[in-house]
Every structure is written in structure tokens, then in C-alpha cells.
Write a protein that binds this ligand. Structure first.
Ligand SMILES: Nc1nc2c(ncn2[C@@H]2O[C@H](COP(=O)(O)OP(=O)(O)OP(=O)(O)O)[C@@H](O)[C@H]2O)c(=O)[nH]1
Length: 434
């Protein structure tokens, strides 16, 4: 049987160089060459051969004989019902090889990447493992031709055809069907150390598969982060909030220390979007997230549920009374102006508070309580916080916390507030901090 080598490659430019060396050496020696490659590779190969002075402008050999076959067109010729068919293969590629050997223009050198085409989606209509099995069939058909006709064959495979470590078995099978294995990116036609080359090629494939897996894992980790983190603010999102609340409830049940859930909804945030644009609204939401983080310990959870809704879970509370102080401070803090772009922006927040286990036993009920309490705050007016109270939780008095500094001090600096609450007056002393 004639020599049937396999050349692996990572980089297209390396493939073209290798094919050009192979076909070029044949033509320069007055021999025949058939190149079966994808349209793009074929064009680049022929350009390289023309550059070497071996082909004319029309792709005709100036020495020896050259035939270029577009692998994309050859593929359907020998496929039947989505599988390579031996008879069709003999009638297409086989006949081209037969014609070239009968022409008796020296020895025939064939290089082909139709087998690797079968591996490499999306060009090939087959997906693994069918494409892998199909390519192995094509290699066997080649070996049958090699037993009948005197020619030398070089097949080319991208390492990307074996992207996972599960492909190692197929990779070995491909190597076994060839007489020589040429490792990727180290093509040296003079090298004879076949065993060493095989080992290098296998190691390359394994290294390639490993790097693909590391890359894929990074993508998965990134996707997981994105699933858990609110992209705009970097805060945990609703999913993480719910998981952590469940966890905090279980910890609280064990430790006996209560936890508080604060539901925070910004007041008239929509006006910022409407008057200053969505980007300004985004900037403001990021700053709100930063301010909220400043009011809690590392062990507490500040989350963004979506839109202008945030939650804070305060765990391991030794003194529940402190929660209203924290809510007060948050109301005060969010009523301070925000620097958005070049201008100040004014908002405030309505907060609903609920305590575990005093007000509810489950995460769902706690969230519902806090949400309802937040709406009570909205009804009372902006910058208000309300603990869970009847009918949310029987026998609990509601509480109304306003920022010490309300409404904003400078008469011209908060037109939105003044339109919304024209009857509110400013307590200048406490606004001086602004
Ligand atoms: N800039 C920005 N706006 C958002 C984002 N998500 C939601 N919004 C907007 O936030 C607004 C929230 O709606 P509301 O809560 O009704 O607005 P509001 O003016 O604060 O209303 P009240 O809570 O009743 O005071 C809507 O206009 C949303 O389009 C976001 O990621 N970025």
C-alpha cells in the first residue's frame, strides 16, 4: 500500500504551507498532484503554488500535472443518505485518482481534507459522532484505493475536529489508519521518526482538548456568574437573594437570632429615566447599590430584585430595634442627592421591613410582608419606611420613618420632588449636610 500520511494543524496558514510544500515538491519534480480542499483552502493553495511559479494564472501546472478539486463539491458526490458510500466514492474521488494515474505524468501525489471536512462542522452536514464514523469510512476507502493504484496520500485534519478528551479514541483510530502521523505546526517532510511524531501528535491533541475544556469551563463559570449577578449593579440578583434568604432563615432557626428583610423601592425613579435618560437612570441605580452596601455588614445580603427594587437581608440580629435605625439611615442616605453625569439627581426610597421569625416563617411570606409594608410606605409618601403591620401581621403597630432631611434643601435643586409633593416644607438645618 502507498504512503498515507495524516497532517494535523491548528492554524489554516500552517495547513496551506504544508499542502503547498507537498504539492509544490510533486510539481517541481514533474509529477502529478491532486489537491482536494475546501474552496477557500484550495484558492489559497493555488495562490501559493502560483507564487512559487508552479501554476499559471489559470491554475494550470507549468511543470507536472495538477488537479484541484473543491472538497465542498466532492462531499455530496460520495454521500448517500447522509453517509459516505464506497461505490460513490470510487466513482468520484476514485475516478479522479484513476485518471491521473493513467495519464502517467510521473508519480501521483494526492492531498485531501474531505475526511476532515466530515469531522468539522458546520461545513459538514453531519455532527459527531456520525461525522467521526463517516470520516473513518472515507479513510478506509482511501486505503482500498491505495492498494489498487500507485499514489501517495496526505490527509489533513484540524485539531479542532477533536475538541474534547472524549475524542481521543477517535483520534487514535485516525492515526492508526495512516502510515505516517505528522504533528500539527511542526511539519518537516524530512523527519522520519514516526513513533515520536505520533506521540507528539497525540500529546498535541490531548493538550488541545484540555485547553478547550478549560476554555469551556471558563465560559460555564462566566455564565453562572451572569445567572447570579445583576449585571448593572454587580449585586446578587433575585435567584441568589432567594437562595440566601432560605439559608439565612435556616441559620436563624438554629441560632435563635432573628433576621430582618428590608424591601426597598425607589420613589419616582422613573422621572430620572424620563427626564435625564436611561443611562442616567443606570448610573443612579449603580450608586444606590453602592450606598446600600455601605449600610450593612459583609455577612448581610444586598440584592437587586429588578428595576428599582432592592432588598437587604440583615442576619444574626442581637437587637431588632436596630433595624428601624438602619432603615432610617438608608432613607436619609438615599434622599441625599446623587451626582449623575454633571448634574445632581434626587430620589428617595420607600422601605418595608419584616422580621423572621416574628412576622413570618417562610422566605415567601417574609418577602410578601416586606413588599406590602413597602407599599404602605409608598402610600404614606416618599422616603418612608414601614415595619410589617396589620393586616400583614396582626397586632403590630405601623411606624413611619422619614428622613431627617426632607424634602431637599435648595428650592431649585429638586423640581421633581416639588412637583410631586408641593405641600412639603424643607427643614433646612438637617439639609445642610447636602
Ligand atoms: N435606567 C434603568 N431603568 C430601569 C431599569 N429597570 C427598570 N427601570 C425603570 O425603572 C422604572 C421603575 O418603575 P416604577 O417603580 O414604577 O418607577 P417609580 O417612578 O420609582 O415609581 P414609584 O415606585 O411608584 O415611585 C421603570 O420606568 C423602568 O423602566 C434599569 O435597569 N435601568
Amino acid at each position: 500500500m502507498g504512503a498515507h500520511s495524516v497532517q494535523f494543524y491548528e492554524d489554516d496558514a500552517f495547513l496551506i504551507r504544508g499542502l503547498s510544500d507537498y504539492v509544490g515538491a510533486a510539481l517541481a519534480g514533474g509529477d502529478s498532484a491532486i489537491a482536494v480542499a475546501t474552496g477557500d483552502h484550495l484558492a489559497r493553495l493555488e495562490k501559493s503554488l502560483a507564487h512559487r511559479g508552479l501554476l499559471d494564472d489559470h491554475g494550470n501546472a507549468l511543470r507536472g500535472a495538477y488537479t484541484g478539486l473543491d472538497a465542498d463539491l466532492q462531499l455530496p458526490l460520495f454521500m448517500e443518505d447522509g453517509r459516505p458510500d464506497e461505490v460513490r466514492f470510487r466513482n468520484s474521488i476514485g475516478n479522479a485518482i484513476l485518471d491521473a494515474t493513467e495519464a502517467k505524468m510521473g508519480h501521483l501525489y494526492v492531498c485531501g481534507e474531505m475526511a476532515s471536512l466530515l469531522f468539522a462542522s458546520p461545513r459538514c452536514p453531519l455532527s459527531p459522532p456520525i461525522s467521526h464514523a463517516a470520516a473513518l469510512h472515507v479513510e478506509r476507502y482511501f486505503n482500498i484505493l491505495l492498494m489498487k493504484f500507485p499514489f501517495t496520500l496526505l490527509c489533513a485534519y484540524p485539531l479542532s475536529a477533536f475538541p474534547s478528551s472524549d475524542d481521543t479514541t477517535t483520534f487514535h483510530k485516525v492515526c492508526t489508519l495512516h502510515t505516517d502521523v505528522i504533528p500539527a505546526e511542526s511539519y518537516d517532510p524530512s523527519t522520519q521518526r514516526e513513533t515520536l511524531q505520533r506521540t507528539i501528535a497525540c500529546l498535541q491533541q490531548q493538550a488541545y482538548a484540555l485547553s478547550r475544556e478549560v476554555f469551556d469551563r471558563k465560559l460555564v463559570e462566566q455564565a453562572l456568574r451572569e445567572v447570579n449577578v445583576d449585571r448593572l449593579t454587580g449585586l446578587p440578583n433575585r435567584n441568589v437573594f432567594q437562595d440566601r434568604l432560605d439559608l439565612d432563615i435556616r441559620k436563624s432557626a438554629r441560632s435563635g437570632l432573628p433576621l430582618a428583610l428590608l424591601f426597598i423601592d425607589l420613589d419616582h425613579f422613573k422621572e430620572i429615566n424620563d427626564t435625564r435618560g436611561h443611562e442616567a437612570g443606570d448610573q443612579l441605580l449603580k450608586q444606590v447599590a453602592g450606598r446600600l452596601r455601605g449600610h450593612v455588614r459583609d455577612t448581610d445580603t444586598v440584592a437587586r430584585l429588578g428595576g428599582d427594587e432592592f432588598t437587604i437581608t440583615l442576619s444574626d440580629l442581637h437587637d431588632v430595634i436596630l433595624v428601624t435605625d438602619i432603615a432610617q439611615k438608608i432613607c436619609d442616605d438615599l434622599s441625599r442627592p446623587f451626582m449623575v453625569g454633571e448634574e445632581l439627581a434626587y430620589i428617595s426610597a420607600s422601605i418595608g421591613i419584616t422580621i423572621y421569625p416574628r412576622d413570618a416563617a417562610t422566605a415567601g411570606d417574609l418577602l410578601r410582608n416586606a413588599d406590602q409594608a413597602m407599599y404602605r410606605s409608598k402610600e404614606r409618601g416618599p422616603a418612608t419606611s414601614t415595619p410589617c403591620s396589620p393586616p400583614m401581621r396582626p397586632m403590630r403597630a405601623s411606624m413611619n420613618i422619614r428622613p431627617r432631611c426632607w424634602p431637599p434643601a435648595a428650592p431649585n435643586c429638586a423640581p421633581a420632588w416639588r412637583r410631586a409633593w408641593p405641600n412639603r416644607t424643607c427643614t433646612r438645618a438637617c439639609c445642610s449636610a447636602w
